[in-house]
Design a protein around this ligand. Sequence first.
Ligand SMILES: Nc1ncnc2c1ncn2[C@@H]1O[C@H](COP(=O)(O)OP(=O)(O)OP(=O)(O)O)[C@@H](O)[C@H]1O
Ligand SMILES: [Mg+2]
Length: 421
Amino acid sequence: MAHELWTVKYRPRTLSEVIGNEKAKATLLEWAKAWKEGRVPEKKAAFLYGPPGTGKTVTVQALANDLGFDLIETNASDFRTEEQIERLVGPAAFSYSLFGKPKMILFDELDGITGTADAGGLSAIMKLIRRARCPIALIANNPWDPRFRPLREMCLMVEFKRVSSREIMKLLQRICEREGIAADREALAFIAKRADGDVRSAIMDLQAVAQGRKRLTYDDVAWLGMRDRKKEIFRVLGNVFHAESCSRALSATREADVDLDMLFEWIYENVPRAYKDPREVARAMDALSKADIFKGRIIRTQDWGLGRYVTTLMTAGVALAKEHKPGFVRFQFPERIRYLARGKSERELQMAIARAIKRACHVSTREAREKIIPYLRVIFQNNPEMAAGIARWLGLDEEAINFLAADKKKAKQIISIVKGA
Ligand SMILES: Nc1ncnc2c1ncn2[C@@H]1O[C@H](COP(=O)(O)OP(=O)(O)OP(=O)(O)O)[C@@H](O)[C@H]1O
Ligand SMILES: [Mg+2]
């Protein structure tokens, strides 16, 4: 499966495959073992917290797998109300497992719940913990939200830290071996360092630059640094298209400081790349067209409060348009913007040439642009000797010569005459 995400393909199945955070893993293992052996630990719930991509979710999954728990997973969009929680996990939480596998319950991405208007979900979770007869794991990025305080007091708090780049590098090395890629140390070190402790984004970056290659050198990855802004947008897009909940998709825009209009173009361009099912594409485009209507309304009324509808529609609306998880997507630069960008640099080139003509001939740049450049073009495309003379006289650089000749071979010829003189 060429389009499989490497974060899924190489997801740890057992605790020993989770890299870093040794202390957190040991604490959790001890806590879960107590449950397994029929001793109810002092804290019935464990609250895992820490930055994204450090392995919180996979640790709970691997732990349950290693100790033979049946893991019941939910995330914030599933547990807004007490009733939802009872229905989803109630039966598991209150019955002893006499015959079947013992259960473990996971409430993932709790950050999402504090953002919602009704905090009924939180108090229901606390009620559930008090009565539960099985281990409960909670996960959030930021546990210091004041609304979590009562919850924090009843939980075993387990901190996940950023993973060291040395550990990340070893993991990238293993992945490259499995993929049959000979990777230079410096290349992997670069990716690992850039990830700043986020294992998920290191693996995503690796896949973006290395998939399908036999060899990976420093030069292959160095552009990641130069094009950080572009990478940043790739990450945001990945978060939008892979999000499985509204809150995840929305938080993608909060994490990145990109211009809203630019983000809109990026999402618009990449919907057909991310989604393969035409119905999904149609639903996503529908959300985008609604976002566009709000954008228009903002411009007309100057009511910036409407901005939140635009962001919600273009992120959550697009994320929830899918039924299937998209695989690895090779994101594409928005064509419309590329076109504008190209036009602009041509304009700039033309202005630079016009200014050179102005200096040499004492005409206005406008005159130069309208009356002289068209003739220069004819000359540059037909008479390399003469063109070279003019280029020298005006002090045109290679870029300008390329522009006027509009042909690589002719430009090369002119340039070699200029240099030969
Ligand atoms: N410590 C780790 N060891 C090995 N792989 C990891 C680790 N952390 C993350 N990964 C990789 O990144 C992916 C995402 O990890 P995970 O979902 O556990 O992150 P998380 O800490 O829950 O992040 P978030 O806060 O965004 O939910 C995993 O599928 C795995 O491929
Ligand atoms: Mg997670």
